[in-house]
Design a protein around this ligand. Sequence first.
Ligand SMILES: NC(=O)c1ccc[n+]([C@@H]2O[C@H](COP(=O)([O-])OP(=O)(O)OC[C@H]3O[C@@H](n4cnc5c(N)ncnc54)[C@H](OP(=O)(O)O)[C@@H]3O)[C@@H](O)[C@H]2O)c1
Length: 278
Amino acid sequence: MHIPEITLNDGLTVPEIGFGTYKLNGNSGVNAITSAIQTGYRLIDTAYNYENEGTVGEAVRRSAIPREQLRITSKLPGRYQPYDKAVSTIQESLYRANLDYYDIYLIHWPNPKQDLYVEAWQALIDAKKWGLIRSIGVCNFLPEHLERLEKETGVLPSMNQIELHPYFNQEDQRKWHEKHNVKTESWSPLGRASTVLENETIGKIAEKHQKTISQVILRWHHQLGSISIPKSASPARQLENISIFDFTLSDSEMTTISQLTRADGRLKDQDPAVYEEF
Ligand SMILES: NC(=O)c1ccc[n+]([C@@H]2O[C@H](COP(=O)([O-])OP(=O)(O)OC[C@H]3O[C@@H](n4cnc5c(N)ncnc54)[C@H](OP(=O)(O)O)[C@@H]3O)[C@@H](O)[C@H]2O)c1
C-alpha cells in the first residue's frame, strides 16, 4: 500500500503515517517490524530507551526495501543531554542499529529542571552537519522550550512528537507548530488501546464510513495535519491502520472527535513542564 508524503521544514520527505515500535524487541520484534515494512510502512519510530534500535536495524536489513526509501527515527534519552554525552549517544545509537545514519533524531523529553536541552540540541545540530542524521527534531517540547531553542541556536526542530489522541487533542500546541512550520507527530495515537477504542461517539462515525474505530481515529490525526505512529504487533492491524487514505471525515465529524478532549486526558499525567524521563 502506498502512503502519501509531506516535506518537513528542512526538505526531508516523510510518509504521512508511520510505525511505532515501543515494546517490539528481539526476534518477535524483528518479525513485526519486517511485516510492517512489507505492508507499506516506511517511517519507523524507535528510541535509545526502547532498547530495540538493534531490532529495528535488523528488520531494515532483512527487508527488501532500499535504505534510502525508509525513514528511521531514534531519540536521545534525558540522561545523555550534556553535549559530549549526546554526541557519543547518537554514535552509539547508530552502532546499536548498525546503520550509517538516522533519517530523524529527536530529543526524547525536554527535562526542563535539568536545563540541558539546549546543549543537547546543539549536539543534534552538529551531528546533522557531520552526516549522522538527516533531520532533527524533538518530542514533548512545549512552546516555551521551542522558543528557547530558536532564540539560542537559531534552529527550530523539523518536528515535535507529542502525546495526541482524541482524549488529548493538543489544540494550542498544534496551532503553535502550524504557525512556525514545525510538523506535529502523534505518539500513542490510539491512546495505547485504552477505552478510546470503545468510544461510542467514534463508533457511530466508524459505522457510517464502514471503517473501524482505529481507522477513524488515525484518519482524524491525518486530517488534523499530524503524522501518527501507531504500534501493532499484528500484521492484520498493521494493514488496518494504514488503510485510511480512501475516506474523508466531514468538518462536523472532525469537530465531534476533537470535542472528546479532556483537560486531564493524558494517559499517564506526563506534563512536559514538570515530568522528567531519563
Ligand atoms: N516520544 C515519546 O515520548 C513517546 C511516548 C510513547 C510512545 N511513543 C511512540 O509512539 C508509538 C505509538 O504509541 P503507543 O505504542 O504508546 O500506543 P498506540 O500506538 O496508541 O497503541 C498501541 C496499542 O494499540 C493496539 N492496537 C494497534 N492497532 C490496533 C487496532 N487497529 N485495533 C485495536 N488495537 C490496536 C496495539 O496492540 P497490538 O500490538 O496487539 O496490535 C497496542 O496495544 C510507540 O510505539 C512509540 O514508538 C513515543
